[in-house]
Design a protein around this ligand. Structure first.
Ligand SMILES: [Zn+2]
Length: 418
């Protein structure tokens, strides 16, 4: 309602004289960021109070530790899913997403029975009030909007194609509370899954990845303050950005002048050095990358999109020096393992947990290579005559099929609180 009223008025800072902006006392651009505690990318699992109902003698052991929070937006969770399934999720607020580490079409091909095993896993946790409640639990695999059953993974991107999550239904309050609090269950190297809500209010704080030729040495650890200052200076002096922020925050009832509102909107911004990485799309091109993050300006998707577009536009006017400007790069979209937008796969914290049941980075990469090689091998064989060449078509014959659940050791779950 505030929004529509504000729209009619079409406010903005058109009327703000330039000298008001110039005279405004802008703060130090490197003042400590605000709202850090609300940044989902720095949250951990088990951050709420311990649930009252915990598993009683679970049948399958899983690794127990505190993990980084899994941050996947609703749109990404439901992307490429069949419409009917999306509708089902929308209409039943008790459904939860079960996202395997390394989810995508290749994972589902390697683990065709995962939904059956997961159903059993969640029932056997014994967190529901009674066996009757537990028997309601059913996990469904995602139904891809476009049938990908014939897919042969010619490249890494296809292996991780959406949809990503399985759908946990029929969970009572006990299981929902425990599973989302605990978040990540590592059972074996190819069977690590996280339980998250289909939360339409969750927004990514990632604004843009900024890249430069590593040979220039502009983006290195310790460059963050310099980069943030350049970005804020340009944001603060941009008229269109000021008008947009004034309108967006004004509609939400945030007090202050247009300049005050610009300060408020930009005070949560942070710059994080991500490292030097290979461009996924351009062979042999290395890029040094920093990431700009900040609290989304609005829960309204259109306004959020506009916010990102303004900042990305202005970043391109930022400069390291007279000869080189900032560049918004797409060297990676999200980590292929945990789907975070805040780091590339190589530095995924989940692949650097010591002695857990899940994979190390080396094993994860080896599994990726095996899947790719075997898909290519099958692809070459599959057109052959007779039924012997058809192995690839039957699916689920990948190197790890079914192994995950059988190789698990006994003796309850591992506690690793150090
Ligand atoms: Zn990751």
């Amino acid at each position: 309602m505030d929004q529509s009223q504000a729209k009619k008025k079409k406010p903005g800072s058109e009327g703000i004289p330039a000298n008001t902006v110039e005279k405004f006392k802008w703060p130090d651009p490197n003042e400590p960021p605000t709202e850090v505690e609300h940044n989902p990318h720095s949250h951990l699992s088990q951050r709420q109070d311990t649930p009252t109902s915990l598993p009683r003698d679970p049948k399958t052991p899983y690794f127990d530790t505190i993990y980084p929070r899994i941050v996947i937006t609703y749109n990404d969770l439901t992307a490429s899913m069949a419409e009917a399934q999306k509708e089902g999720i929308r209409n039943d607020k008790t459904t939860l997403a079960v996202v395997p580490l390394g989810a995508g079409s290749a994972w589902f091909k390697r683990n065709p029975e995962a939904h059956v095993q997961l159903t059993k896993f969640f029932r056997d946790l014994n967190v529901e009030e009674n066996a009757d409640a537990a028997s309601q639990i059913v996990v469904y695999p995602p139904e891809a909007r476009i049938d990908r059953s014939g897919q042969t993974f010619a490249n890494v991107k296809q292996m991780y194609a959406k949809p990503w999550p399985l759908i946990l239904t029929g969970a009572g309050e006990n299981l929902r509370k425990f599973a989302t609090w605990f978040q990540t269950f590592a059972v074996s190297e190819d069977m690590v899954f996280s339980v998250v809500e289909f939360d339409e209010t969750l927004q990514s704080w990632v604004i843009a990845n900024i890249g430069a030729d590593p040979n220039f040495g502009f983006l290195t650890p310790g460059c963050e303050k310099r980069i943030l200052k350049e970005i804020k200076d340009k944001l603060w002096s941009d008229d269109k950005f000021r008008r947009f922020v004034d309108f967006a925050l004004g509609a939400q009832g945030v007090a202050g002048s247009a300049c005050d509102r610009v300060v408020i909107a930009t005070q949560s911004l942070t710059v994080e050095f991500l490292g030097t990485m290979q461009d996924e799309d351009v062979a042999k091109k290395e890029v040094a990358v920093v990431q700009l993050r900040g609290k989304p300006i609005s829960p309204i998707p259109e306004t959020h999109t506009e916010w990102l577009a303004h900042i990305r536009r202005i970043i391109k006017s930022c400069r390291y020096n007279p000869h080189v400007r900032f560049d918004v790069v797409r060297v990676f979209k999200a980590c292929t393992a945990c789907k975070s937008e805040a780091h590339p796969t190589n530095t995924c914290p989940f692949l650097h947990i010591q002695h857990w049941y899940g994979p190390s980075l080396e094993k994860y990469k080896a599994m990726e290579k095996r899947t790719l090689d075997s898909a290519k091998g099958n692809h070459e064989k599959s057109p052959a005559r007779g039924d012997r060449g058809g192995r690839g078509r039957r699916g689920g014959r990948g190197a790890n099929r079914g192994r995950g659940w059988q190789t698990v050791g006994r003796g309850g779950h591992v506690y690793n609180k150090d």
